[in-house]
Design a binder for this molecule. Structure first.
Ligand SMILES: [Mn+2]
Length: 336
């Protein structure tokens, strides 16, 4: 799918050229792809433009090594002015203004030109002047690579490192189904750069704290519930439990994927009490869709194999609801 139409690239190039204050935004609880795409663009534009990355909340420690990470601004009263003064805003790795939490209102009210680059389905097009959206892309970083190239911007070693980070994290090291021909094309072109690719992997995957490692052991042995008859498993976690293991934001990243390593588990869920609500994550293997379940039952949405939702009910109620839904929603997975 060609989304980088000439007229849209021309529009973006002139928006960048005429902008005096560029603000790059990405979604709440930024992941490797949100940070990768933001910092790739930041590292490219900062040479010639006044440009800032502004995120709704904190960056997980795992990604603090990324080039330019120290210069990222985190949302607070004092950053209001920055968003208000912007004349060009980039919306990266999210499809809807609600994904930037407390920044939503200012973003929607802003008169700045807005360019969205994203791979989540159903983009809020009316929010933006230019939308580059492709749900088939494995990562926003994949799209960012083509965007920078098509705009004639030179991709530095630092920007390449950031793009590679997003590719690696959103594809689980190129293992998920979303990994496509273009993903490998970008990866292969990035291989011509001199940055240390194995170093990127070490930073991301070999950076757990002792507490994070033990928390994983705890949820696997005590908190994972498997339903072989539904090829489904879930993990639930309270904040009190997590805190016993010196919990830090980002520590439960990837927990939702853990049950999928069991041979006959095709659908997995993770429920965690956080920020006064229950965050729900869903993953699946093969053609079992989890976004429809997230949408219909958990106030959320997402990709076919990776989705999320939330609930304001107590954790045990949310889990109960999930378990009660299983006979109905897992029909495709039940052995006849
Ligand atoms: Mn992404």
């Amino acid at each position: 799918m060609e989304i980088f139409l000439n007229n849209l690239i021309e529009k973006s190039k002139s928006a960048i050229e005429s902008a005096n204050k560029i603000v790059i935004t990405a979604h709440l609880n930024p992941d490797g792809d949100a940070l990768g795409s933001s910092l790739a663009l930041y590292n490219t534009l900062k040479e010639t433009k006044e440009c800032k990355v502004l995120l709704p909340n904190n960056i997980p420690d795992t990604f603090k090594w990324m080039p330019g990470c120290n210069e990222i601004l985190i949302w607070g009263e004092e950053t209001t002015q920055i968003l208000q003064d912007a004349d060009l805003i980039f919306i990266l790795d999210y499809n809807n203004a609600s994904r930037v939490d407390k920044m939503q209102k200012l973003l929607e009210e802003s008169k700045a030109k807005k360019i969205m680059i994203d791979h989540h389905p159903n983009p809020q097009t009316e929010l933006c002047d230019v939308v580059f959206s492709n749900p088939e892309a494995a990562a926003t970083c994949e799209l960012m690579y083509f965007f920078l190239k098509k705009c004639g911007l030179k991709i530095s070693e630092d920007a390449a490192t950031c793009i590679y980070t997003g590719l690696v994290t959103d594809t689980g090291c190129f293992q998920f189904n979303c990994t496509g021909q273009q993903t490998f094309q970008v990866a292969s072109e990035l291989a011509t750069y001199k940055f240390d690719r194995s170093e990127v992997i070490h930073h991301i995957y070999d950076s757990y704290s002792e507490g994070r490692m033990r928390l994983e052991g705890y949820v696997l042995s005590n908190k994972m519930v498997v339903f072989p008859e539904y090829q489904t498993a879930y993990i639930s976690l309270t904040m009190a439990e997590a805190e016993k293991f010196d919990y830090k934001v980002g520590d439960t990243e990837g927990f939702v994927n853990l049950p999928l390593s069991i041979e006959n588990v095709k659908f997995s869920a993770f429920f965690m009490e956080r920020d006064g609500l229950i965050r729900c994550s869903f993953r699946s293997k093969g053609d079992f869709k989890v976004n429809t379940i997230a949408e219909k039952h958990f106030n959320g949405g997402g990709h076919d194999n990776a989705a999320g939702g939330k609930s304001y009910k107590p954790l045990d109620e949310v889990v109960k609801r999930f378990v009660n839904l299983l006979p109905k929603v897992t029909k495709k997975l039940q052995k006849k």
